[in-house]
Design a protein around this ligand. Sequence first.
Ligand code: TYD
Length: 242
Amino acid sequence: MAPAMPPRPTPVTADADGRRGRFVVLEGIDGCGKSTQLQALAAWLPHSGLLPPTAELRITREPGGTALGQALRQLLLHPPGEAAPETTAELLLYAADRAQHVQQTIAPALAAGHWVLSDRYSGSTAAYQGHGRGLPLALIDQLEQIATGGLQPDLTLWLDLPLAEASRRRGDRRGGAQSDRIEAAGEAFLARVHQGFAQLAAERGWLPIAADQPPEQVSAACRQALLQRLTPQAEASAVAQV
Ligand code: TYD
């Protein structure tokens, strides 16, 4: 007998009352400038004209977008003593963080018509645990389905930064502070993750943003991408082309 599947979060793809919000995700390797760009988008979006008047903007992240997620983030990135998870446990903890995040934060916000901007989502698991750690991508796809209930972003921006530049920026950013457990996995690991992001961007239709430019130019490219993809006219013409 097939194993019982866990209950799915309410699907939010339906737009019956026209109130479903939009879900935007930023992805990229450590040091690509995601946090800076997230802040810039968060400041601009409410005045962009993209959000309907009643919609709020919810900023969130993975891991750590819920109270449970914050505890998981600590265990994943800065585990005490001997608590560092092995690769399969790491995969499951990221999936647990995401399941909680979708059910508690993302799906209800979208259903209420709000917009959600997330620092990372399921693409990070495919890139880090799949391409980086070498866990089977088919298994990761199945887990993603369980954790997200099939909820996909409306738009994913991939901040594409050459590996050497990302490494230099991480060094500058730390200024002597300890790297987290994932960053400490080494350059060969991050090279596989970077390659994985490039492959995922092509497979999943993410928009690549050249991140090796001054931050203001990267911000302008992000804004442009949202305006190109998420205005009602752009969405209507994308639907018409399917
Ligand atoms: P992030 O918050 O982007 O790092 P920082 O604190 O440096 O801004 O991400 C935390 C780390 O978690 C990052 O190294 C990538 C890793 N990660 C995975 O390995 N798998 C995942 O599914 C997610 C969401 C993150």
